[in-house]
Design a protein around this ligand. Structure first.
Ligand code: 5GP
Length: 145
C-alpha cells in the first residue's frame, strides 16, 4: 500500500538531492531543497523537499525536518507571490497514491493561481526547458534581491 512501506532511495527526488538527476533549483540550504516542477500545474509550480529525511510522507517525517520544510515553503511562497503576482496561491501535500502522491519522498507543492486559469493536469505535460530556466532565473534573482 503506497501510504505505508519502505523508503526507496532510488526515487527521483532522492536522485535530485544526491545530484544524480537534474533540477531547476530555486533554493537550497543544509536541510531543504526547492525546485521547479517539470510537469507544472500552473506557472511557478514549485516543490519543496527535506534533504536529510528519508520520509515518504507526512506520517513518517520528523518534526524538525517538517518545520524546516514549511518555513521554506512560506518564504518561497512570499517570493513567488512577489515575483509572479498571482491572484492566489495553493500549498498542497499528498500522502499515498489514492490521495494523488506519485513521488514517494515527502514534498510540498506551491502552486500560484491566476485569475481565470484552471490547473493543468497533475503530473501532466512537461514544460519547455527554456521556460523553466527563465522562470528559475526570475525566482533566484528575486530571492537575492
Ligand atoms: P505528487 O504527485 O507525488 O504529490 O507530486 C510529485 C510531483 O513531482 C508532480 O507534481 C510531478 O509533476 C513532479 N515530478 C515528477 N517527476 C519529476 C522530475 O523528474 N523533476 C521534477 N522537477 N518534478 C517531477
Amino acid at each position: 500500500m503506497s501510504l505505508h512501506g519502505d523508503y526507496d532511495s532510488q526515487n527521483i527526488f532522492a536522485k535530485i538531492i544526491r545530484g544524480e538527476a537534474p533540477c531547476y533549483k530555486v533554493y537550497e540550504d543544509d536541510d531543504v531543497l526547492a525546485f521547479l516542477d517539470v510537469f507544472p500545474q500552473s506557472f511557478g509550480h514549485t516543490l519543496v523537499i527535506p534533504k536529510r529525511a528519508a520520509a515518504r510522507n507526512l506520517l513518517e517525517v520528523d518534526a524538525d525536518s517538517l518545520t524546516k520544510v514549511i518555513t521554506v515553503v512560506q518564504m518561497l511562497t512570499k517570493v513567488l507571490v512577489a515575483e509572479l503576482q498571482p491572484a492566489g496561491v495553493q500549498v498542497a501535500q499528498f500522502n499515498g497514491a489514492p490521495a494523488g502522491q506519485t513521488v514517494f519522498h515527502l514534498h510540498m507543492h506551491i502552486v500560484p493561481r491566476f485569475e481565470g486559469e484552471a490547473l493543468a493536469v497533475h503530473a501532466g505535460g512537461k514544460a519547455e526547458p527554456e521556460a523553466l530556466a527563465a522562470l528559475q532565473a526570475r525566482i533566484v534573482a528575486r530571492l537575492a534581491a
